[in-house]
Write a protein that binds this ligand. Sequence first.
Ligand SMILES: Cc1ncc(COP(=O)(O)O)c(C=O)c1O
Length: 412
Amino acid sequence: MSYQRLPYADWGWAELRAVLAAMLCGRIRRGPGTRQLEGALARLLAVPHVLPVNSGRTALRFGLEALMRLRPACNEVIIPAFICPAVVEVVDSLGLLPVVADVGADLNLDPAACAQRIGSRTLAIIVAHMYGCPAKIETFESMARATRVFLVDDAAQVVGESVGGRMLGTFGDFGVLSFAQSKCVVTGESGGGGVLICHENEVFPIVRARVEGLAPAEGRLWALVAFCWNYLLESYTASLSYRWQRLRQQVVGGGAHGLVPAGIANLDACLALVQLRSLSQRREQRLRILGHYAEALAAPGAPWRMPQFSPGRYLARVMVSLPPGVELDACQRQLRRESVCTRRAYATHSPASCSARGSPDPGECLIELPAYADMTARDVADVCQRLQRVAAAHRKCVSNRHDGDDDERCCQ
Ligand SMILES: Cc1ncc(COP(=O)(O)O)c(C=O)c1O
């Protein structure tokens, strides 16, 4: 079976041409790409202002800092229990108090749970569209208006999808995009790009002043080399180089709180422009792959669920929930040996509340499956067969051990 990889980036000749053009013209850090990207994104999203920066974290940080200036007496931010750790990092690093609210079956913030958490010290609600699945953002917008709380539309994991005719990222008081690996638009590893989406409101002048004071990100050519190393040689280097990058970011790139804020480099802006042009084509490919997975996992009585799937809905990642009793780590190891890459979901911030509700903890039962541009129905069927076989073996192993038959071999 050929190597089945996770969505990391779908790059081709157009991206290579953009890189070569920027290099040959000596326009790695500065150049016209940034302004062009601003224009392209403002048109796509139909908003008055977009401010490209070096990461989603920088965008979120600057936006939240502006909200803090506007309402200094409020220091609580409502975040979903299931969220990318980068969001929590930013909230923590600003000295704000993250208030965790439950997520629903679609893995997005649950409006009722969020409403219960709003109090007199609530500064903002951060709503993310997890793995590209749209949250109930219109409901949150009404809720935020009614309670006079700021709303952050964190569309880091989805670009170009809409709800009620409005693009995700354009709701609330400001929005966020990210161009890091595995996202819809990829310019490199985390630090390659992000965007603050702004409206004509009190937040905009504050963030604009912050972003205008930034120099473009440095070291982007080396970051690109590292990214290509991961991207092209991933099947040989496994996750080693990825882990190295993460470690390097922690140590060199601004400590535990992630990246040092910077503007977007011209090279990354040019890459984002190219990726935006192929967005709808890649969307179609992803819909096709999601359809194949839904079909392959839908045997009668099968215990598999794709909690966010609905026909015709774009999802940035293929997340499948494993049946209870399956040892996730052991499954992953075995699949990896069989050339099938998988990834676990983020850890949940309040696993106790999941068990209280009787719902499975997403962090404990979800697994991400491969998806890449030219993946065929046959590839998907192969991945699913392997997953089913491996999961069955590791479930049996768990139940055997519970019965006192401590046969470790099947879990190796
Ligand atoms: C929901 C969400 N918000 C913000 C971010 C931060 O984006 P970046 O990695 O570009 O800093 C991420 C990153 O994965 C994310 O998933």
